[in-house]
Design a protein around this ligand. Structure first.
Ligand SMILES: Cc1cc2nc3c(=O)[nH]c(=O)nc-3n(C[C@H](O)[C@H](O)[C@H](O)COP(=O)(O)OP(=O)(O)OC[C@H]3O[C@@H](n4cnc5c(N)ncnc54)[C@H](O)[C@@H]3O)c2cc1C
Length: 469
């Protein structure tokens, strides 16, 4: 698998002012009519678009509708913090060209919330967020790709102006609009969303503080050493990092705007902006009250699917942040709220909905990030499991850090921080479960390169992620 990288494009000249009403965002809704579609896709993001593309690989003519309660043309969600930073404009965030729906012969319903799912009657209601009009859509096959919703802790003051999660375009546009009057911001949570938001804000405003309950930042995607290296990049760029602490109360001024937050350790941080980024939960309200199975809340409460992405109800599929996926490293089904997992899961679902037979075998906890020019890649296990048979190889020098976790000489985990040039090779070896016995000693040396690998290994890791690409 090639590394997932997001291309940042700046279309500033073409789209000078980002706005919530963007040319084309409503374009197709005028065509609205109650009707039946062969395929209905709920969610117009990574999973939904992957599904449409999967369907069209097999079925060129079956009718498709795609629904989203966000009114926008499909966009790259991981770029919303870049929009705050101003290094990408609204047009540069499009995940697919504006011609996508027409080109794939898809009817988009943008700005419509889907509900009242009737799995036996194979229908769903749509409600317009513009004017409340209701429609019924009938379908033969359905994909649920409804993504995630932010975890909001029970806390006083979260309704104040200047308090927001950061998971969609509207929220980033809103923050961007406020930047002129914001002097200091507090970001609660230092996971992927919190750190990316803090980085974006650091480029824009005077004081940014990240507050994290764990004893390190980015804990799901780092170990102690790489986490500290990333935290150091934040500190060097003026972001205050507070660990083993949290916010207990949010207070406002007499205009209803956030003015300060109270921390667990008793200290108080003044702020004009407070971002809540302590996690995302599967957004599954559409399946509540239906016969579609959800996992136990202890396992994340996502929609249960098989490796073909079908739920327990025939013809109804789910993928992405709202559903579970098979982790090829650790085994078992789990939540993997990552863009490539959603896209590939959607694509597999689409192929299968159209009659093909595929399995989603390539998901794992895999991240590629860059903080203030300090890149990090990680995948699989971040910490050596405390079980027999696992070993780790580490190399740390000149501000770079690499770690590989092996079991039976097969790579099961990887962290690269600083120099990530060869991450793609290790990921390929990991994905293909290649035994590294004959080259294990050289694995993290400067000399290690793909040319050294045995021919059959080179061929294996060169293969695309899916035979369907
Ligand atoms: C700030 C940020 C940074 C990120 N950075 C990265 C990164 O660097 N790398 C990475 O791999 N991942 C990253 N992610 C995660 C990634 O964006 C998600 O994993 C991915 O978007 C999931 O795609 P999805 O299709 O499952 O759902 P989503 O992208 O969440 O889309 C679901 C859509 O369905 C809509 N919807 C939900 N319910 C309904 C309904 N009932 N009716 C109509 N519409 C509905 C939602 O409004 C939404 O538009 C980031 C996420 C955020 C927020």
């Amino acid at each position: 698998m090639t590394l997932f990288t997001l291309r940042k494009r700046n279309f500033e000249n073409q789209y000078p002012v980002p706005s919530t009403r963007y040319p084309g965002d409503f374009r197709e809704n005028k065509l609205m009519a109650t009707k039946k579609f062969k395929y209905l896709v709920i969610g117009n993001s990574a999973g939904g678009i992957g599904c449409v593309e999967g369907i069209r690989r097999v079925d060129r003519t079956g009718t498709i509708a795609i629904v989203s309660d966000e009114r926008y043309h499909t966009y790259s969600r991981p770029l919303i913090t870049h929009l705050i930073e101003g290094d990408v404009e609204r047009g540069g965030m499009d995940f697919r060209p504006r011609s996508f729906y027409r080109g794939h012969d898809v009817q988009p319903y943008l700005g419509f919330r889907a509900g009242n799912l009737d799995t036996n009657g194979r229908k769903v209601s749509l409600v317009s967020s513009e004017d409340g009009t209701r429609h019924t859509i009938r379908f033969e096959k359905l994909l649920i790709a409804t993504g995630g919703k932010p975890f909001i802790p029970p806390m006083e003051g979260l309704d104040l102006d200047g308090v927001t999660p950061m998971i969609n375009l509207d929220q980033s546009l809103e923050v961007r609009k406020k930047l002129g009057r914001v002097k200091s911001a507090v970001v609660l949570g230092a996971g992927l969303i919190g750190t990316k938001t803090a980085q974006a804000l650091a480029h824009q405003i005077e004081k940014v503080t990240m507050v994290e309950l764990a004893d390190r930042i980015l804990s799901p995607v780092t170990d102690a050493v790489s986490s500290e290296m990333a935290a150091d990049a934040f500190r060097r760029n003026g972001v205050q990092v507070l660990l083993t602490n949290t916010v207990t109360e949010v207070r406002g001024d007499n205009r209803g705007r956030v003015s300060e937050v109270q921390l667990k350790d008793g200290s108080v941080l003044p702020c004009d902006l407070f971002i809540v980024a302590i996690g995302v939960r599967p957004r599954t309200e559409i399946v509540e009250g239906t016969d579609i199975s959800l996992s136990d809340i202890k396992l994340g409460g996502g929609i249960e699917v098989g490796m073909n992405m079908e739920t327990n109800v025939e013809g109804i599929y789910a993928c992405g942040d709202c559903a579970h996926a098979h982790d090829f490293v650790t085994g078992g089904m789990k939540l993997l709220p990552l863009w490539p997992n959603a896209y590939i899961g959607g694509r597999i679902a689409g192929l299968n909905m159209a009659g093909s037979k595929h399995q989603h075998r390539w998901a794992t906890n895999m991240n590629s990030v860059d903080f203030f020019g300090f890149p990090m890649v990680s995948a699989g296990f971040m910490l050596k499991p405390d079980r027999k048979g696992f070993e780790e190889v580490i190399r740390q020098e000149d501000g770079n850090y690499s770690k590989v976790i092996l079991k039976g000489d097969v790579i099961q985990g990887l962290i690269m921080a600083g120099n990530v040039d060869r991450a793609g090779i290790y990921l390929g070896l990991m994905r293909e479960k290649v035994k590294t016995t004959s080259f294990k000693k050289e694995l993290l040396t400067d000399d290690f390169a793909v040319v050294q690998l045995p021919f059959e290994v080179k061929e294996k890791i060169k293969q695309p992620i899916m035979e369907i690409e």
